[in-house]
Design a binder for this molecule. Structure first.
Ligand SMILES: Cc1cc2nc3c(=O)[nH]c(=O)nc-3n(C[C@H](O)[C@H](O)[C@H](O)COP(=O)(O)OP(=O)(O)OC[C@H]3O[C@@H](n4cnc5c(N)ncnc54)[C@H](O)[C@@H]3O)c2cc1C
Length: 638
């Protein structure tokens, strides 16, 4: 039989949250792209929590949308409840979170992929990567990717390959003593690709994560729980979504708690927990602990929150958030039935833990290309992260960069002052992560600048230059930026006097009266006043859209803090711009400490800034490198 041999530009292995974004980015850049999955019915599957966004994850989705990604649009079309979190705190931590109708989310994303020009979907397990050894090292690379082979022996020749295999490589699922060698939700695991990666010299590690049981809604007594409602006025994730289109009838979530009875059952059966019995090899996420971990590690806590969340509009399945577990089924039933409202619960799907192979991401450049293999990229859970949003943004960046690599254009690295995406990828490829990496606002040192509300102002230009944002979208944000700047300038230059009308206005709004004239901007800085409120004493203003007004309020009120953070960014950028040549010989730098030398040789950072963030590289080592690079530059100039 003639062998199947196809020629394409890009092969994307995986149609999860990372793979979908990577494939769409490449196809939208005009590249012939094939996306592989073990099951077409599991495209953009949400195997765990039924929500998109939340603290810092909402920022990632907004940034992805600003760059031209799909997740934000897809959740705006398929959500069943939406809430802006942390509104009592500052704008830096305001975060959107939406409950998804899981089946609709998958169906809708599949439709986008199926109708995307230049994109082919293929249900096939990729079992091997194809590559050639380079006769001479190119930068750090010794190999060049040439394509993939599937379980049928079919060959797809490609200029770039993007690995987005998630939780499927050599996956095994554990529910007490019951172990199944499958991917999530009983889907087929991918058992061959790991060996091919190891043969190429790629370092693999084993991680694990877990999910709670799903319950039949009819068996739950909601009268014993606190109803959690969505926001009255829903704010969309995507900058392209018309806010009127998301004002829909929402479905509630419910809050209940574990109690001492729950904790006793768990403590009494830890010997049957694969985690505590040492059966599980993989390392789990500290910030998504199982209920067993919570009871053991926070034994002083009398109760833990449990969120009962609908999995969709047309299903009775309810997700038991906060109680993921890998305890045996009988223990699960007993523990869940101690929770108020779940006394008669019926389990539709058992809780379980899943172990899977992934890489040590220090093998990647910040472009998400492998240092040792030209044209090979990776994204998502496979890179050691955890979460739909973390996966999706890596997928977009890997797709964008694979596309730019093929187009022989400069690849894109977002730095820590530009985006949460930059923080995420830098942390992954620069720091040693011994557990699945989950994004948090505390990880972003410049978070006052990286708000979810200004993601378009920060990133639209980059998406436009990569070919993923339309001219119309780009022009809109340029105009928006101009309107914001002009209006803030006008507010700073428009003074109001301490006259009767102003004093009455201030008194009516509980604000201190003026002694002398003040600018409108100075008034907006007062916590009790906003740009909207000043309309009655500011007749000259032109009508502006809500998104422009939002920026005016934030930029005027936080002007001082923003300016201070911009100063810090200037310092940070100085070291980021100091690039380190790929062929630097760290053994030649005598005064480097041993630990630093070993770490630098292992990570091969691209800049002094990245070097300074590697654990084990001290500020003194950074000074040594700076001096050495100066000599290196002078010698090259001679
Ligand atoms: C049980 C479970 C619990 C989880 N719990 C949490 C949690 O508590 N918190 C959290 O943040 N995240 C959790 N997650 C993780 C979350 O699901 C992932 O972060 C997210 O799905 C990762 O997206 P991804 O695109 O990287 O991979 P995935 O969504 O896993 O998609 C991988 C894709 O690759 C395909 N694939 C794999 N290998 C091959 C191959 N060789 N050939 C062809 N196709 C292949 C698969 O078919 C699939 O389409 C959990 C996941 C699971 C399974």
């Amino acid at each position: 039989m003639p062998e199947i041999r196809e020629k394409v530009d890009v092969c994307v292995i995986g149609a999860g949250h990372a793979g979908c974004e990577a494939a769409l980015a490449c196809a939208r850049m005009g590249l012939e792209t094939v996306i592989f999955t073990v099951s077409v019915d599991s495209i953009a599957l949400m195997p765990c929590n039924p929500n998109i966004g939340g603290s810092s994850k909402g920022h990632l989705v907004r940034e992805l949308d600003a760059l031209g990604g799909e997740m934000g649009k897809n959740i705006d079309k398929t959500f069943i409840q939406s809430k802006m979190l942390n509104v009592s705190k500052g704008p830096a931590v305001h975060s959107l979170r939406a409950q998804a109708d899981k089946a609709e989310y998958t169906r809708s994303m599949r439709m986008v992929l199926e109708n995307q020009e230049h994109l082919t979907i293929k249900q096939a397990e990729v079992t091997e990567l194809l590559y050639e050894e380079l006769s001479e090292k190119e930068e750090l690379a010794t190999k060049k990717i040439t394509g993939v082979k599937t379980y049928t022996g079919a060959i797809y020749e490609a200029k770039a390959v993007i690995l987005c295999t998630g939780t499927y490589l050599k996956a095994r699922c554990l529910c007490g003593e019951a172990i199944t060698y499958t991917g999530p939700n009983g889907l087929q695991a991918a058992n061959y690709l790991t060996d091919s990666l190891i043969k190429m010299g790629i370092e693999i590690q084993r991680f694990k994560t877990g999910t709670p049981a799903r319950m039949d809604k009819r068996s739950i007594d909601f009268s014993k729980m606190e109803e959690q409602l969505g926001d009255e006025k829903v704010i969309p994730f995507s900058f392209s979504t018309n806010p009127e289109d998301v004002q829909i009838e929402q479905i509630s979530c419910w809050l209940t708690y574990t109690n001492e009875k729950t904790h006793d059952i768990i403590r009494g059966n830890l010997d049957r927990s694969p985690i505590y019995a040492g059966v599980i090899e993989g390392t789990g996420p500290r910030y998504c602990p199982s209920i067993e971990d919570k009871v053991v590690k926070f034994s002083d806590k009398e109760r833990h929150q449990v969120f009962i969340e609908p999995e969709g509009r047309y299903t009775n399945e309810m997700y038991v958030g906060g109680m993921s577990s890998s305890l045996p089924e009988d223990v699960q039933l007993a523990m869940y039935r101690t929770v108020p409202g779940l006394e008669n619960c019926k389990i539709v799907r058992n809780a379980y833990a899943i172990e899977y192979d992934c890489i040590i991401p220090g093998q990647l450049y910040p472009t998400l290309q492998f240092k040792d293999v030209i044209g090979l990229y990776s994204a998502g859970q496979f890179n050691g992260s955890s979460g739909y949003e973390e996966a999706a943004v890596q997928g977009l960046m890997a797709g964008m960069n694979a596309g730019l690599f093929i187009q022989d254009k400069e690849q894109i690295v977002l730095d820590r002052s530009q985006a949460y995406i930059g923080v995420l990828i830098d942390d992954l490829v620069t720091k040693e992560n011994f557990e699945p990496y989950r994004m948090m606002t505390s990880r972003a040192e410049y978070r006052l600048l990286l708000r979810q509300d200004n993601a378009d102002l920060r990133l639209r230009k980059i998406g436009y230059e990569a070919g993923l944002i339309t001219k119309e979208q780009y022009d809109y944000v340029c105009q928006k930026e101009k309107l914001i700047e002009e209006e803030i300038l006008r507010l700073e230059q428009t003074k109001v006097g301490a006259n009767k009308q102003i004093q009455e206005f201030l008194e009516r709004n509980g604000s201190t009266s003026l002694k002398t004239a003040a600018s409108l901007a100075e008034l907006i800085c007062r916590p009790e006043l906003t740009y909207e409120m000043l309309e009655e004493i500011d007749p000259e203003r032109k009508p502006l859209s809500a998104d422009v007004i939002e920026q005016i309020n934030i930029n005027v009120k936080y002007d001082g803090y923003i300016k201070r953070q911009l100063k810090q960014v200037e310092q940070y950028k100085k070291l980021e711009k100091k690039m380190i040549p790929a062929d630097i010989d760290y053994d030649a730098i005598g005064s480097l400490r041993l630990e630093a030398r070993q770490k630098l040789k292992k990570f091969r950072p691209v800049s002094v800034g990245q070097a300074s963030r590697i654990s084990g590289v001290s500020p003194a080592d950074v000074s040594v490198i700076l001096v050495y690079l100066e000599h290196y530059r002078q010698n090259r100039e001679k």
